[in-house]
Design a protein around this ligand. Structure first.
Ligand SMILES: Nc1ncnc2c1ncn2[C@@H]1O[C@H](COP(=O)(O)OP(=O)(O)OP(=O)(O)O)[C@@H](O)[C@H]1O
Ligand SMILES: [Mg+2]
Length: 471
């Protein structure tokens, strides 16, 4: 784990001195141990019997107990097994003379952490305790991380705990329960496809197929038959009839990715399939019933597409019953580090590298960068850094140039330091992304604010996103 994430997880005011309780009826030995351990940096309490020790354990939290085996009253062994069974995380060490080493073995079986042979070498004892404390710290840290992971640092495959993501999870959970069509929007690489899959998994249709269709990857001439099927001989290549993706998704979810790219001539047929719940394969006169839930995604501004006539308004309303906007990565705060750590672990395992975390410098750069290509850009950036990195941590030098140098933090326009002055294009980029953030990703509004026409804004945003994904 990186220093930064460790720091971030550490509870405020974590105590620095470990607290040891020493139990022995030999007053001289107690005095010796008290002085020696205090000198070694420990907080020490002493007492003469197991009964008294049990009382003291009630009122204060100790980290370790060192107890003699031969005690008046309750024996050290009984004391040890009782503490172990009642306070599993407390370390108990037993002291014994060499002549009774057998009872030490019994103590180990009863759950003692270790035994110490009398006479004690105080210096060696302090070293031993130091090691135990370090071990315990590590264990606590690992435990905490496991808890965070087990707590599901996200939702249905989506990682992130920031407020905008919590809101998104809530919306996905609620929309999942309905059968209404959902339109998922968001910048490139924000996780629209993951959100769509989460919607399916959260719906009653989860047992049936999730069928993704990338509308921009299928040639216009084939899209209709891909979606609705075709009969044998319907066109030159149609040697066999085919059912089509609507039918393939029966009972499940049809995911139309990049729905903004559906050609105008296919749009009325899609509308009809959704409204009447029937499809007619190309070249056939028989209709069949369909039972699918539609989830569509786009990084285009569909409202603007409706305005400029490239997307039918009636289809837009049919698709956009529930609207889910996936926030850009730069609006997700510390999720950047959470995602980075998870990608880092994934690629370290894949490439057989020993990289364990981010250096504090590189974590700072990741937090300051604006991520125009969003989670995908972050993933690519970490993949590259793990592949190139040589150390146990990802260093600033392992990050791509743009991440090292670009910062959304401030628009340093008025700096007196020549090295801080940015190029005009860079100031423009930062300002445009800043405006996009302020208007919550609404491109029409951003264009208006910037005094740009929408097409110009799209072009610029697409250029930033491309620069982001090409690492
Ligand atoms: N919250 C998240 N947690 C974990 N991984 C994520 C998250 N969001 C996105 N990813 C990962 O980032 C990559 C891009 O996600 P996805 O393909 O869903 O984005 P998209 O919005 O559909 O992008 P595009 O607009 O380019 O189609 C994928 O590898 C995905 O697994
Ligand atoms: Mg996608």
């Amino acid at each position: 784990m990186s220093a930064v994430i460790n720091e971030w997880m550490r509870e405020p005011g974590a105590r620095s001195k470990a607290r040891v309780l020493v139990v022995d009826d030999d007053v001289d030995l107690l005095a010796l141990l008290e002085a020696g351990l205090e000198g070694g940096g420990y907080e020490v309490e002493v007492c003469g019997s197991a009964e008294r020790a049990l009382e003291m354990l009630e009122v204060a939290a100790h980290d370790m107990i060192i107890t003699d085996i031969n005690l008046p009253g309750m024996s050290g062994l009984d004391f040890c097994s009782r503490v172990v069974s009642e306070r599993g995380n407390l370390v108990v060490m037993v002291m014994t003379a060499f002549s009774s080493i057998k009872s030490a073995v019994t103590a180990l079986r009863a759950g003692a952490y270790d035994y110490l042979l009398k006479p004690l070498d105080i210096e060696a004892l302090v070293h031993r305790l130091d090691r135990v404390v370090r071990e315990q710290d590590t264990q606590r840290e690992v435990q905490k991380l496991r808890e965070i992971v087990a707590e599901e640092r996200g939702f249905e495959g989506l990682l992130g705990t920031s407020a905008p993501m919590q809101k998104l999870y809530d919306l996905v959970a609620r929309a999942g329960e309905t059968d209404a069509s959902v339109l998922v929007t968001g910048e490139s690489g924000t996780g629209k496809e993951l959100v769509s899959r989460a919607l399916h998994r959260r719906s009653v249709r989860r047992g049936a197929p999730f069928v993704p269709v990338n509308c921009s990857a299928i040639p216009d001439t084939l899209l209709e038959s891909e979606l609705f099927g075709h009969s044998q001989g319907a066109f030159t290549d149609a040697r066999k009839s085919r059912a089509g993706l609507f039918v393939e998704a029966t009972g499940g979810t049809l995911f139309l990715d990049e729905i903004g790219e559906i050609p105008l001539q296919v749009q009325p047929k899609l509308l009809r399939a959704l409204e009447e719940r029937k499809v007619r394969p190309v070249g056939s006169d028989k209709e069949s019933d369909v039972d699918v839930r539609l989830v569509a995604a786009t990084n285009r501004d569909l409202e603007a597409a409706v305005e400029d006539g490239s997307f039918r308004e009636d289809l837009f309303f049919r698709v956009n019953v529930i609207h889910i906007h996936v926030p850009p990565l730069r609006a997700r705060g510390g999720d950047v580090l959470l995602l980075a750590q998870s990608f880092l672990e994934r690629y370290a395992a894949r490439f057989g590298k020993e990289v364990a975390g981010l250096s504090s410098g590189s974590a700072e750069r990741l937090m300051a960068y604006s991520w125009p290509g969003n989670v995908r850009e972050l993933r690519n950036c970490i993949e590259r850094a793990v592949a190139l990195g040589r150390g146990a941590e990802i260093e600033v030098e392992d990050l791509p140039e743009r991440v090292r140098t670009h910062s959304r933090a401030q628009l340093v326009v008025g700096s007196d330091d020549p090295s801080e002055l940015a190029e005009l294009a860079e100031i423009e980029r930062r300002y445009i992304l800043h405006v996009m953030e302020v208007v919550g990703g609404n491109k029409s509004l951003a264009a208006k604010t910037l005094g740009l026409d929408r097409k110009t804004l799209y072009r610029k945003l697409q250029r930033y996103a491309r620069a982001g994904t090409a690492s």
